[in-house]
Design a protein around this ligand. Structure first.
Ligand code: AMP
Ligand code: ZN
Length: 460
């Protein structure tokens, strides 16, 4: 079975052909660690995980690299606005280094909670300063850079294919250069971008390194080109990110990487659409945003949110509402209850190819879920065969369909004591007390069943 997905480079659905037989190299832009990830960010990582696991299910050996942006990302994706890390540090009265460590850990907590496979290579932007200096040196030797006002710039006019990915004209880009920010007067063209800053516009910039280009820090786009090439060499298969990265970040990554190597860098550019809410695109710099922890505090588990996401296509904008999440929570809970009630697995091939073919067709998770339900409702299959087929599907979707709820420490003992107390009350014909305890158990999510052999209980 062949995988087809939408390539932003070329702007069409394409069949995936890797550079090397059965090995796939994927690079995904990582988080900027100045705040918690919002649930929109996590939508992109969930979609990327489906891509990785679909490739694996199709028999490929996937190597994946990701950066952690702990320096250089300004609130504008170009070179304007405030330094995001510094904003985080000022907000919390900590150093940028402390902020980076704290939010990197928080990010991976969310990553794990959503059952996403960690990339094989994870690199911090600040660990590669020497590599950036060497990279800039080569671009300089090839005539792609200029220095002005103390900074080193990439000269976009030297790279004729600059707009191949974003399909904008240079005129569009000029118009798009925002007028609410002062465009750096040192730039020859407004869309030239900084490779190395020394004339920091941020007096308090804490992250700075002494290099032959002066004491300063790298432009944001460099890290992805350098970390990706360190991992995979001059060419790779797939580069992923959210659609917000197409216009500037990925366009600049291509310009500097292909100037550096002199050849085509990435064959497939894969982009996930936004999660939006009533105010538009969810973004960290907007101030208030929803995190996975917040959803938890409101009674939603990470898997409820993941189920909500998988019901829609990664290339469509998705509107987040709590009504939508309630629907997903209910459907997920029913699905899981049915899965847990199935018999022990009995091997079968039923439905797996149909399921996988939906994913192979531009990662259609909603249709893949439809196949999963079709299998579950099939009257011809035994309960054990359904268990086997669904568990195999869940290896790709990772919804934890067969995971029993972990009992909190001491909860089992507490429930058993309450069940015992209720039985005692019944023996003493104190039915009011027995009913009260039963209601308390139900409120705790425990269902009880009385039979002639005694009382059994289960967590919902
Ligand atoms: P950041 O931490 O802002 O650098 O973003 C991390 C990832 O989340 C990038 O791939 C972004 O493109 C993606 N992203 C940012 N905002 C959203 C959103 N509202 N919906 C989906 N993905 C997003
Ligand atoms: Zn990137």
């Amino acid at each position: 079975m062949k995988l087809k997905f939408y390539n932003s480079l070329g702007n069409e659905l394409q069949e995936f052909v890797p550079l090397r037989d059965d090995r796939v190299s994927i690079y995904t832009c990582g988080p900027t660690v100045y705040d918690y990830a919002h649930i929109g960010n996590m939508r992109t990582y969930v979609s990327e995980d489906i891509l990785v696991r679909t490739l694996e299910a199709l028999g490929y050996n996937v190597e994946r690299a990701m950066n952690i942006t702990d320096v250089g990302h300004l609130t504008d994706d170009g070179d304007e606005g405030d330094d995001k890390m510094l904003l985080g540090a000022q907000r919390e009265k900590k150093t940028v280094w402390e902020i980076a460590d704290y939010y990197t850990e928080a990010f991976f907590k969310d990553f794990d909670a959503l059952k996403l496979k960690r990339p094989t290579i994870i690199e911090k932007a600040t660990d590669h300063i020497d590599d950036y200096v060497n990279f800039i040196g080569k671009l300089e030797d090839k005539g792609y850079t200029y220095q002005a006002g103390g900074n080193v710039y990439y000269d976009v006019s030297k790279f004729p294919n600059y707009t191949e990915l974003n399909r904008l004209s240079l005129e569009d880009l000029k118009v798009g250069a925002r007028d609410d920010v002062v465009v750096d007067k040192n730039k020859k063209n407004p869309f030239d971008f900084v490779l190395w800053f020394t004339q920091s516009r941020f007096e308090n910039q804490q992250m700075r390194w002494k290099t032959k280009y002066g004491e300063g820090y790298p432009g944001w786009h460099l890290e992805c080109s350098v970390i990706a090439m360190n991992a995979f060499g001059p060419r790779m298969d797939i580069h992923c990110g959210g659609v917000d990265h197409i216009a500037t970040h990925h366009t600049n990554e291509i310009a500097q990487s292909e100037a550096y190597t002199g050849e085509k860098w990435v064959n497939y550019w894969w982009h996930a659409e936004w999660l939006i809410d009533k105010q538009g695109k969810m973004s960290k710099s907007r101030g208030e945003f929803l995190s996975l922890d917040y959803l938890k505090s409101q009674g939603y588990e990470p898997m409820d949110y993941k189920y909500f996401l998988l019901g829609s296509h990664y290339r469509r904008q998705l509107m987040f509402t709590f009504e939508g999440l309630d629907g997903a929570k209910e459907a997920y809970s029913k699905l899981k209850t049915r899965c847990l009630a199935l018999d022990p697995p009995v091997e079968t091939d039923a439905y797996y190819d149909e399921f996988l073919s939906q994913l192979a067709n531009d990662l259609n998770t909603a249709n893949a879920l439809t196949v999963l339900y079709k299998c579950l409702n099939d009257k011809e299959l035994s309960s054990g065969e359904k268990a086997f087929a669904l568990a195999r599907m869940d290896e790709v979707l990772q919804l934890g369909l067969f995971e029993e709820k972990e009992l909190e420490l001491g909860l089992k003992e507490k429930i058993e004591a309450m069940v015992e107390e209720r039985n005692q009350a019944k023996l003493e014909k104190d039915y009011a007390k027995a009913d009260k305890i039963r209601d308390e158990l139900i409120a705790m999510g425990v269902s009880i069943k009385d039979s002639k052999d005694g009382t059994t209980w289960a967590l919902n």
